[in-house]
Design a protein around this ligand. Structure first.
Ligand code: UGY
Ligand code: MN
Length: 257
């Protein structure tokens, strides 16, 4: 139905709610049989880029020059030597193996980020034994990994069994970001309003509820994306009758100097 100019999407100084009715699809050089919906990038002040890619059969996304993490929403995606199905994820430090292909079509969310090397280490591009791949900073990003979300043991958040977290990036300080899923039983909520230096890219995978961002409260549901800038006050309550789940990125493991 004609929306009479209304949308739940909102762009404020410290956050973006990006709802599917406002998504614009575009391809960039090198993509074939694929389009992307860019949700966050340095143009909004983010230190990372996140987009949803929609691949047709035999679709292709060219390699990234920075770290690339992919989480499959539907269909099949190949990255490097791995083939991923729904809930599958993979990371490449950048370079040839980070290209994405689909045999029969897919939707996936992709996060890209220039690598921030560990301080005081000699993980540099001039040390090939440490080289995981290129990054914009010139230092080598860490090794590739992949997995399936449901195979990861979930942990209660601050002892609350109704709020479970799964960490998709290995617990190793060489990685400079985290990607987690947070699963809420109906009625569960974040235990506090968070205000922190890390920024977030968030994609709603299931269910919905109310998200507080800054001084606004938004109804949110599956398919919505949220960008939260550093220091954006944030809280979520899963007020629906079904569980809610989202995938959330944050910069991680680095001092805020
Ligand atoms: O990890 C986090 O900061 C997470 N709890 N934030 C959020 O869900 N908005
Ligand atoms: Mn947070």
């Amino acid at each position: 139905m004609f929306s009479l100019g209304h949308t739940r999407s909102a762009h404020r100084a410290d956050h973006l709610l990006h709802t599917p009715d406002t998504f614009i699809r575009a391809a960039w050089a090198g993509m074939s049989r694929a389009v992307a919906i860019v949700h966050a990038s340095p143009t909004i002040g983010a230190g990372f880029t996140q987009y949803t890619v929609e691949l047709e059969a035999d679709g292709y996304v060219p390699p990234a020059s920075v770290q690339r993490f992919v989480y499959v929403l539907s269909g099949d995606v190949q990255m490097g030597t791995v083939t991923l199905g729904p809930g599958g994820y993979a990371y490449q430090p950048g370079g040839e193996d980070s290209a994405l292909r689909s045999t029969s079509g897919a939707r996936a969310t992709v996060i890209e980020k220039p690598y921030v090397p560990l301080p005081g280490t000699d993980r540099s591009a001039s040390d090939p034994s440490q080289s995981g791949g290129p990054s914009q900073s010139g230092a080598a990003a860490p090794a590739a990994f992949s997995g399936v979300e449901h195979a990861i043991a979930s942990q209660p958040v601050l002892g609350n069994a109704d709020l479970q977290v799964r960490s998709l990036v290995p617990a190793d300080v060489v990685y400079d970001f985290a990607v987690n899923t947070l699963a809420y039983n109906p009625g569960a909520s974040l235990p506090m309003v968070e205000v922190h230096v890390m920024e977030h890219g968030l994609l709603f995978l299931e269910g919905g509820g109310i998200y507080r961002l800054g001084d606004a409260w938004y109804p949110v549901t599956e398919g919505d994306f949220i960008y939260m800038a550093p220091w954006c006050p944030q809280w979520f309550g899963a007020i629906g009758k079904t569980p809610a789940k989202y995938l959330i990125y944050k910069d991680w493991n680095r001092a805020a100097l």
